[in-house]
Design a protein around this ligand. Structure first.
Ligand SMILES: *[C@@H]1O[C@H](CO)[C@@H](O)[C@H](O)[C@H]1NC(C)=O
Ligand SMILES: *[C@@H]1O[C@H](CO)[C@@H](O)[C@H](O)[C@H]1NC(C)=O
Ligand SMILES: *[C@@H]1O[C@H](CO)[C@@H](O)[C@H](O)[C@H]1NC(C)=O
Length: 282
């Protein structure tokens, strides 16, 4: 190697070193898309945890994410009146159990709903998420959890989203109407409903429910419903983008699930419920 080629080599090495420094430094100013580590950081950042998956692992974790009863009170459209003491945490297993217990006929004043009077036959458990759930423009929301739900006549547990202002939106992430089946539903109006009923295997065991909702086009929301890791159905909610929804876990009784319901206690358990949102991947 003569002196001249040594100089060229040194210049080449210097240029190479300089180029590497240029690639490494402008991270704050220019995203370096070729860099896999930067892409990962860029995509992971927008994920927001709305409800962490350990919200049933202590009373303080519960209180941070949930409130007792329906967002509007203790009554809805069935024979159960909700009572805080009917929802119990098991912190060790990160599980919430809601119990419906029969009360003597006439011992509770009836509920009033949509101009109807409904006799109360049970005290039961319900909780609602403190934070409203909204599928914003360009975002995806994922809800998941494991549920052990009764399917006997007169038992009407559910895991569902319903409009904060007016109605719809409503998405029934999972609903059991005393028929032995599980239902997955999206309401455009009270009569324009996508409703999918499938067999609900071994009701004495936990089943994984996962629902993915995404903004389809700035107005409509697509919904994919999964049970035990398998896609069951895909539905579309008209005009749901940007609309705030309540998230509710309730053990309602009779009503749409038939009557009379059971005289012995009925339990509905949920564990590891979580909600996250993130920018929709294109
Ligand atoms: C709960 O979420 C944490 C991260 O927030 C994760 O590491 C863990 O695997 C999740 N557990 C379950 C059972 O999904
Ligand atoms: C609800 O509206 C959306 C958007 O118009 C449509 O794609 C969907 O099929 C409708 N659902 C039903 C059950 O008609
Ligand atoms: C979204 O798509 C639906 C059809 O799925 C259509 O009826 C609606 O007008 C679209 N909305 C926008 C804002 O493009």
């Amino acid at each position: 190697m003569n002196a001249r080629s040594s100089l060229i080599l040194i210049l080449l090495l210097a240029c190479h070193g300089h180029a590497a420094a240029v690639v490494a430094t402008p991270v704050q100013s220019l995203p370096v898309l070729e860099n896999a580590a930067n892409i990962e950081a860029f995509e992971a950042a927008p994920t927001t945890t709305i409800i962490p998956n350990n919200s049933f692992s202590s009373q303080s974790a519960f209180d941070a994410s949930w409130a007792y009863n329906y967002p509007w009170g203790t009554d809805h459209n069935g024979a159960a009146r909700m009572d805080k003491s009917q929802s119990k945490l098991d912190p060790a297993s990160n599980t919430l159990t809601m119990t419906a217990k029969r009360v003597a006929d006439g011992s509770q004043k009836p509920a009033k709903q949509g101009g109807k009077t409904i006799a109360i036959h049970y005290l039961a458990g319900t909780i609602n998420a403190r934070q409203h759930i909204t599928v914003g423009k360009g975002t995806t929301v994922e809800l998941a959890g494991e549920f052990k739900a009764p399917v006997a006549r007169g038992t009407w547990p559910a895991f569902w989203l319903t409009a904060v202002d007016g109605w719809p939106p409503e998405v029934d992430l999972a609903e059991w109407k005393g028929s032995g089946k599980i239902s997955f539903n999206t309401f455009n109006t009270s009569s324009q409903v996508a409703a999918k009923d499938v067999a609900y295997p071994s009701p004495n065991e936990f089943h994984a429910i996962r629902t993915v909702l995404w903004d389809e086009n700035g107005s409509d929301v697509g919904v994919k419903f999964y049970m035990d890791g398998k896609l069951v159905t895909t539905q579309v909610g008209r005009g749901f983008t940007g609309k705030a929804m309540y998230l509710i876990l309730d053990l309602q009784m009779e009503g749409s699930s038939g009557s009379p319901g059971p005289t012995s206690d009925t339990e509905y358990a949920a564990r590891g419920v979580s909600v996250i949102s993130y920018k929709t991947e294109k």
